[in-house]
Structure formats: C-alpha cells, structure tokens
Design a protein around this ligand. Structure first.
Ligand SMILES: Nc1ncnc2c1ncn2[C@@H]1O[C@H](COP(=O)(O)OP(=O)(O)OP(=O)(O)O)[C@@H](O)[C@H]1O
Length: 768
C-alpha cells in the first residue's frame, strides 16, 4: 500500500495567508483539516510497472491521493481535507465526491478503532524508523513509489494540475505533513491551528520547532488578525518568533501579490531593540526562519558601532528593519526618504519595552515614534499636548518583554487609553506614545504567577564582601557547566574579573558597553564558540568551555545556547534585572542554574529583590517564600563546603594579585603618558616624583592612585615569580576532604578525574 504524498509547492501558489485583519477564509481553513482512519480512505489499486511483475508481496498495492501522514509523538495519523464545514464536525473519510463543498461525509473518524491508526503507523513505518534496515518489501515499495512519481512527472503539467484536488491543495495539514518528506524535518502539525502558510510551516520544520510556545500560541493569532499586542512571557519563551512569524507571513502575503518585488518597495516592519547585540540576534533569528522560504524579505539591522553608510545603503532595500533607537534616529534624521518610507510600516515592534526607558534611549525612541506619526510638514513644533490629537495609527504595534510593572498591568486591565501626562519616566508614558491603532491592545500574559523560567533553579551564596572572587571561582569549579555567564554592576569589575579568571586558566571573555562594537561581537562569538582564552597548552581546570563576564548589556534578550549557569557577582539593581539576567539560562525547554553571590552589605536589597520576584508565586501557593524555597521554588541558600573553598584561596590570592597589578600598571602608565604630554604642551619640565608629591591627596581615588604607584614598582621578575607559583598551585589537586578512614568507600573514578588538576575526591556540585 502506498500513500502518495504531495511535495511542498515551490511555485509560491500554496495556500497564502491573508493580510492581517480581514480574513474570513482563515477561520474556515481550519475546518477543512481532519484526522481520519486508514480504512475510511479511498484507496485505489496501483498498476505496477513491468519490472515488478515478478515481485513478491506487492500484489494488491494500493495508493491514495491527497492524504498526508502526520506524526504525533509515537502515533502516525492520516490527515485529509474535508469539505468546508462546521468546525465542530468530525471528518470521516472521503465520500464519492470529496471536492464538493458543504458536504461532510458521514463516517465518524473518532469512532475508528485505535488499531486502525496503529495499522496506519505500521504501514508507513519506513518513514519513522530511520535506524531500522529497510525490509525487502519496503525496498520494493520505495521503488514502486519512485516509479509512480516518475510517471507523474512525465504527465503534462496541465494534466497534473487538473488531477490535483484544489481543496486538498489548500490543506494545511497536508502541507505540514509534507515537511516529513524533507530528510530531517519534523512533524509540525501542532502549528497548524495557527493557520500559517505552507512556506512558513516548512521553515519552522527546518528549525525543528515541533510546537509553538505558549506566547506564540496566544499572540500569533491576535497579530495575524490585525490586533495590537502587548506580550509578556518568561525569558527564553520564544517571544521573537511570536512577533517574527506574523510579520514574515504578512510580507509573504504581500510578496505573493507582487507588491514587494519592485524597486520602490517600502519596509513593512520596524523592530526596536534596546541593545545592539539583541538587534543583531533578532535579525539572525528572523533570517534563520526565512532561510527555508522560496522568497524571503530583506532583513537589515541598524545599530551603533558599525558603519552608518553601509546601513543607509541597506535601508533602501530593507523589508524588515531591526534597530537600536540611537542609530535609527540618527539615520532617520539624516534624510527625508528614510522617514517617508518608514511612515508606511505595517508593524512597529518594541522589544524589551521596559528597558527602552533606561540607559538614556527613551529620548530617541520617543523621537522616532513622533516622527512616524507626524503627517504634516511643520508639525515638528508640536508640543506634548498635541499628542492626544494624533490620529490613530494605521500600523500594528507589538510590545514585548518578560517584565512589565504591576501598575501598567493594572492599567491595561482597566479601560480606555492611557491618560498619564507628566509621568515621563514610566512605561505607561511610552505606551501612550506608541499610538496603538486600537483602543485597547490585546494583553497576553503567559506567566502571571512566576516571572522566572520553568526549569530554572535559583540559589544564593552568602559570603564576605571581599570573598566574592573566591566564591566565584569556587562556583565555577564546583558546578558542572558548559557555558557560564557572570554579571557584574560595573565595567571596572568586568575588566578586573576577566584577567583574574584567565590567570586561573578559565576561558573568560569580557562584554561591556565601553568596548568597541566589533570587540563586543567578537567576545560573544568566542563565548559561543567556546574558544579558549588561553593557549591550548594551559590546562583548564573547569568543565566550562567558556565564561562571559558582562555588565547588564548582556542581560536582555541574548539567546546563547548551552548557558547553564548564571552568576550574579553583584546583586542586580532591580528585580527586573534579576529576572532578565537569570533568563540567559534555562531557555526554551532547557534547564539552568542562577546563583547570587551576596555580601553582608547586599543582604537587605537581596531579600527585597527575592521577595518581589517570588511574591506572586508565594501568594498563589498561599505559602511563605521560605516554604516555597524549601519546596524547590524560589531561591535556596547554598551551603558551599567552606573547607573546600579555603583550599582554593591561595590560587585566588595570586591570580588576583597578578591581574590587579597588570591593570594598575597599565592605568598608571597611561596617566604617566598623559601627564608627560600635558607638561610638554605647557612647555614645563616633566618630573614624575615632583608631580606625584604635588598631586598626592587623600580624597576620592587616592587608594587607586596608591595601588597604581605600588604596581609601577612591581618588577617583571616578581610577576614572573607569582605566575610560576600560581602554575604550581594549579597543577596540584585539591583534597576535597577524603580522609584515609573513608578511603575504602572512595569513588575511584572521582579520584582519577582529579588527575587533570581538579579535585582529589568527589565534589557534589552546588546541590541545587
Ligand atoms: N516553538 C519553539 N520551540 C522550540 N524552541 C523555540 C521555539 N520558538 C523559539 N524557540 C527558541 O527558544 C529560544 C528563546 O527564544 P527567544 O530568544 O525568542 O526568547 P525570548 O522570550 O525573546 O527571551 P528573552 O525574554 O530572554 O528575550 C531561541 O533559541 C529560539 O530559537
């Protein structure tokens, strides 16, 4: 028995999504898809070519057209199109005139015996079990199918299209199932209810996303139906595609009408991102999605730090623009044409909307929004009051984040537009500025109770203020890790911790906003690649393939695979920052660990932060946070083995001394150069000692000056000696407290593992 599958159409004529908004047909398409039993299909005998005349076991071969096979877990289902009908009715197989609209064949598929499906599964098991060797019969079946396909190809085109059932051509299930024809593609039938185009389903299949995430399931239909959407969902839950898929669908629909093909085409979407890295990531993510399309939109990112001229050239042909507000505003202000074309956009996306208020980006974002809505020349002088008169925008506005403050959520639950004049620094103000096209945007909140990712474990280590380096190193050694991300609150700490960890032979990279953009991107690439920061000869003592030390510039949106540990070296400044930082791990369905290093001075803000983050969960569970934590939800206190940590201290002291000396020397040398140049310009003689005397003060920065002076006095030979001592220490194994008394029961494998310079004995991780 052969089930003939339709191949994905490459002529772009497969079912097209309609433009968001009016789409009466969209609702009906779902009605046309039904799972049916194998016996109720309309099988036809196959005429085998002569070469099969002697074949055994294939007599009685049958085929059926327009039916597709969809795998749902271990079960394989036959899916065929029903005539358009009431959604509630089940399709029971083909009757004699399947192409007639309005008729629903009488058989009830749900009544089909379970073994019919199972039988179906076995009939097509060749497509499911790739490891199994093809049986003799299966080989022949394949051959027969090839012949059948050849025959079909030979048939004149007109004949083929005549034979094709137009209803079946529009069958989304069929399109989904066709994806299984592609080598490693997966079953995407769970996306079908979202009513996406065949091309889109095919692309999603290539990305191996078997089902939509909660935010995608809930936001995509609203967006495709033309609504404004405010989406809130946990970090790593797929918000990018929640807005990306409908935008690209809309472009595909336009492209099908030929409107996007000419030279005068205009961008359809502007996506604003708070950081450059996130903008590039969104761009890459959308490009990956488009890679499987026969025609795809031109996606370009417009961010600071890279050549503006190139970006301006790209903008001319852009369909989808992803931009940071600063650079976008710069480009928009430089020429009327960009502004003109942007006024026609159909989608405005504000990703990580709450972050746009921070870091001084709000001003530019506000200018962009004003410029987009400005219609008449001279309107530049409009003052704040005139905003209320701004006519409602024609574009859809989509606002996404994992965190929106409570006040805003309450506002959204209420009625009307936002009337909060004067509150310049709040998200509500931004939302007011966004000029939604609807009175009330759809608010989709997929995580009202817990803001944290489902598979995230949170821990806290209490340590002395001056012991953080020691505990950082300990955690990196104790917790089995592929990629670790360490967050700090200051650029200087990033600058110090990176060489400190490198001295300890850990592959650490830096990321902060004071770095050149190219260096920022390089750091991320190296971190992703797991490239060692040290020469390969240096033994690595950590299982982590790479460690990124970053400020909050990396806290939002960054989606780097296999980050399984986030360490907050400094307690974050706000609960939202904690949520976003921690959200760099446990993304999609993965698990991860987040560890707060908390010094005595940070104890109070930390308590407040944890209370805020887990308040809703505690209230929902009607329990205290402490109980919540003991039940594995919330933040658990980690009791790290202090004896073990103390064994690591000598290494840490040396690594720190070497790193800090190098930094102080460099800084001191720069200042010395600066003083020398200044003296030369003034025409006075430079005397370092004299200036030092004159410049010695006891105020702010005097400690740093003192350290710099001391560092300048450290000789190269001394540093070399420290390095040698550190190397010796790193070569030694650390005794984890295995006493001879217990040697009998010691894990020998654990002891051997220590041979690479780690631990003598067994370590249990952080016990989270
Ligand atoms: N339907 C899906 N199934 C499986 N993985 C998915 C799906 N959709 C997106 N992903 C993947 O999940 C990861 C997280 O997605 P994304 O970066 O969009 O999350 P996010 O919600 O925007 O996170 P954040 O709040 O941190 O910005 C990405 O690697 C993405 O490729």
């Amino acid at each position: 028995m052969v089930v003939e599958k339709k191949r994905k159409r490459s002529d772009g004529q497969a079912k097209r999504p309609k433009a968001p908004g009016a789409n009466p047909k969209r609702q009906k398409t779902n009605a046309a898809k039904r799972v049916t039993s194998v016996d109720s299909l309309k099988w036809k005998s196959v005429e085998l070519p002569e070469m099969f005349d002697d074949a055994e076991g294939f007599y009685g071969l049958e085929e059926v057209e327009g039916v597709d096979i969809v795998r749902d877990g271990e079960t394989v289902k036959f899916v065929a199109a029903a005539a358009e009908s009431d959604d509630s009715e089940e399709f029971g197989g083909f009757d004699d005139a399947p192409e007639e609209a309005g008729e629903v064949p009488g058989k009830d598929a749900s009544a089909a015996p379970a073994d019919a499906v199972a039988q179906g599964a076995s009939k097509d098991s060749k497509t499911k079990d790739k490891n199994a060797k093809p049986q003799k019969g299966e080989k022949k079946e394949k051959e027969a199918k090839k012949q059948e396909q050849k025959k079909e190809k030979k048939a004149p085109k007109s004949q083929r299209s005549k034979d094709a059932d137009p209803e079946l051509e529009a069958n989304v299930f069929a399109q989904a199932a066709n994806l299984e024809d592609e080598d490693d593609d997966i079953d995407v039938s769970q996306w079908v209810p979202l009513d996406l185009s065949s091309q889109m389903l095919s692309s999603i299949g290539r990305l191996k996303f078997a089902k939509p995430t909660a935010i995608q399931t809930r936001a995509i239909p609203h967006i495709m139906n033309g609504h404004d959407v405010i989406g809130k969902a946990a970090t790593g839950s797929g918000k990018t595609l929640a807005f990306g898929i409908p935008i690209i669908e809309s472009w595909l629909a336009k492209a099908a009408t030929g409107k996007q093909a000419d030279e005068t085409r205009k961008p359809i979407a502007l996506i604003l991102s708070p950081t450059r890295e996130l903008a590039h990531q969104i761009s890459d993510h959308l490009k990956q999605l488009c890679a499987g399309l026969t025609t795809s939109p031109y996606i370009c990112s417009v961010t600071g730090g890279l050549a503006i001229q190139k970006q301006q050239r790209q903008l001319v042909k852009a369909d989808i623009i992803i931009a940071t507000p600063g650079r976008m505003w710069e480009v928009m202000s430089s020429g009327k044409s960009v502004l003109e074309s942007l006024r026609g956009i159909e989608f405005l996306v504000v990703d990580e909307a709450d972050r746009l208020l921070k870091d001084g980006q709000f001003k530019e974002a506000e200018e962009i929004l004003k410029a987009l809505d400005r219609t008449e020349p001279g309107a530049e002088e409009d003052d704040e009051e005139s905003d209320d008169e701004t006519p409602r925008s024609h574009r859809q506005t989509l606002v996404f984040s994992a965190t929106f403050n409570k006040a805003l959520q309450q506002k959204l639950a209420g009625k009307g537009r936002y009337n909060l004049l004067g509150d310049n620094e709040s998200l509500e103000y931004l939302l007011k500025k966004l000029n939604f096209r609807e009175e009330r945007p759809k608010f989709v909140d997929t995580n009202p109770v817990s803001q944290m990712a489902e598979n995230l474990k949170e821990g806290l280590i209490q340590c002395g203020d001056l012991e953080k380096d020691l505990y950082l190193y300990s955690v990196l050694l104790l917790q089995p890790t592929q990629r670790a991300l360490v967050f700090t609150n200051s650029i200087n700490t990033v600058r110090r911790l990176t060489p400190f960890l490198q001295n300890l032979n850990l592959p650490a990279f830096a990321l902060h906003s004071d770095m050149e953009q190219k260096a920022r991107l390089r750091s991320i690439e190296r971190f992703k690649a797991g490239e060692s920061a040290k020469p390969s000869s240096a033994p690595s003592v950590s299982s982590a393939s790479s460690i990124l030390i970053a400020t909050d510039v990396a806290a939002r949106g960054l989606d780097i695979p296999n980050i399984d540990l986030v360490i907050h070296y400094h307690v974050p400044r706000s609960a939202d920052d904690y949520v976003h930082r921690s959200g760099r791990t446990a993304r999609a369905a993965n698990s991860g660990v987040s560890v707060l290093l908390c010094g005595p001075k940070e104890a109070v803000p930390t308590q407040r932060l944890i209370a805020k983050v887990h308040a809703a969960a505690a209230a929902a569970a009607n329990t205290s946070r402490a109980k919540l934590a003991s039940a594995g939800v919330g933040v658990s206190t980690i009791d790290i083995d202090r004896r073990l940590v103390s064994h690591l201290r000598p290494r840490v002291v040396l690594a720190k001394k070497i790193a800090e000396t190098a930094i102080s020397k460099e800084r001191g040398a720069k200042e010395d150069d600066w003083m020398r140049n200044a003296a030369e310009e003034l025409g006075v003689e430079y005397d370092a000692d004299e200036l030092e005397q004159a410049g010695s003060w006891k105020g702010r920065g005097s400690g740093r000056k003192q350290r710099e002076r001391e560092a300048m006095e450290v000789t190269k030979a001394e540093v070399k000696q420290w390095r040698w001592e550190l190397k010796e220490l790193l070569g030694k194994r650390i005794n984890t407290g295995v006493s001879e008394k217990y040697l009998g029961g010691v894990d020998v494998d654990g002891l051997l593992r220590g041979a690479r310079g780690e631990f003598l004995g067994q370590v249990e991780g952080l016990g989270l």
